[in-house]
Design a protein around this ligand. Sequence first.
Ligand code: NAD
Length: 350
Amino acid sequence: MSVFSHNEFDNHEQVVFCHDESTGLKAIIAIHNTNRGPALGGCRMWNYVDDQEALNDVLRLSKGMTYKSALANLDLGGGKSVIIGDPRKHKSEELLKAMGRFLERTGNQYIAAEDSGTSVPDLQVMGIETNNVAGVTERTGIDGLPCNGDPSPATAYGTFAGLKAAVQYKLDRTDLTGLKVAIQGVGNVGYRLAEHLHKAGAQLFVTDIHEEQVDKAVRELGATAVSQKEILSLDVDVLAPCALGAVLNDESIPLIKAQVIAGASNNQLAAQRHDLMLRERGILYAPDYAINAGGIIDIFYERIGHEHNKVRAHIETISDTLMEIFRRADSQDRPTGEVADELAEERFMK
Ligand code: NAD
């Protein structure tokens, strides 16, 4: 298996293959870049088909974290780790502790957070062996209330700030009263985003595969329930994807009527070229990793212990970053995703 000539290799600083015979742990830690600070990123546990698929994931995702933290102006680099195995079958306390010992060996260059297949309690078990875990302590949340470490409220708040910036830029309005917003997925982030929008007077259209979530939004936020099929093509001002990735693709883009796309989902563009396709259709796309950075900002401050109002203020800078992206994209006639990458590179490359 090649690393240096791998398609996803992008001058990563360290790629560590970890094996613990007694617990069966097989993991890879990838540290992409530490120019701005220690690499922070999720520890994913997944039943990969083979080592190659795991390497692919860890190289790609660790690079994404460098860009995300840099764009959010955090003193963090980018990294990721993957544990190879089925989280429902192969996870054990001893395996998680073994992972913790490997995290410790990175010499504070990589900090792991919760991700697909790992939970806050799992990270707490790793934390028995190392301090290099994040998102694990109870603290005051961004609303001033106790928070168990879940970054979703911060992600939703940042997405709301970013959505307002995009609306101001594209639709020239700061008052959200009557603004029509379609939200795909009213889970941890989407529902909280809906609450912020409802308070601001927006008119909501929601869908989810879990009906009870939709019913709650209808009952408590006056939202209109729509089908999963019609959500992307509704005649609304803003589309907020908050469920899954790759929703902006060859099929959906020609049907989108919203002038603004501003949602929390990761990897919304099915392929890089869809960035340009949105621009050509005159749709303003708020790049996903810029607008959904509230969670990582929150986790960063958990480690350095700032007050919640400072965390909120930092999260609100997501709107400044987006404004800079929108202006540069228009002045240079380039798609916003491409400009976001360029701005991130300016912020992390020496
Ligand atoms: P979640 O699982 O709590 O919510 C997702 C919701 O989408 C669920 O209610 C689910 O039923 C629904 N859903 C799934 N498929 C759907 C479909 N086809 N149509 C409609 N609804 C569908 O997840 P979350 O934590 O709210 O995260 C939402 C998105 O934001 C994900 O892409 C996630 O990667 C991204 N994100 C989350 C955070 C965070 O802090 N939680 C941070 C950054 C990015």
